[in-house]
Write a protein that binds this ligand. Sequence first.
Ligand SMILES: [Zn+2]
Length: 125
Amino acid sequence: MEKNKISFPSQILQPLVKHLKGEQKKLIETKKELNEADPFVVGNREADNSVDSDVAENVEHDRASAMRLHVTKSLISIRKTLSRIKLGKYGICVDCGKMIDTDRLAVSPTAENCMDCARKKEIKS
Ligand SMILES: [Zn+2]
């Protein structure tokens, strides 16, 4: 068991956890703001029913939706990363179990696939 366990030193993981938790907090705030900014969610569209404002609202709504999707995805990957850190599985590819390149982790700390698997997924999708 032990020999398969690649553990990142806690002096690397601790600041990472801190960073991720900070990001998480920011994203939750952003999500809240997006909900408040979305005219469809807030329901402040009764008075003005002109086509122009509907179009503008739709654009705003699409933009907010796209942002919200991005925020939600980021939150999920942060949560996943935090739990992998807790389980001592951080930096290990979830698909092939190989170590993820540290250069890759430095750029995207929430990466859960090694370069090979990420590339395979990209081709598939
Ligand atoms: Zn892999």
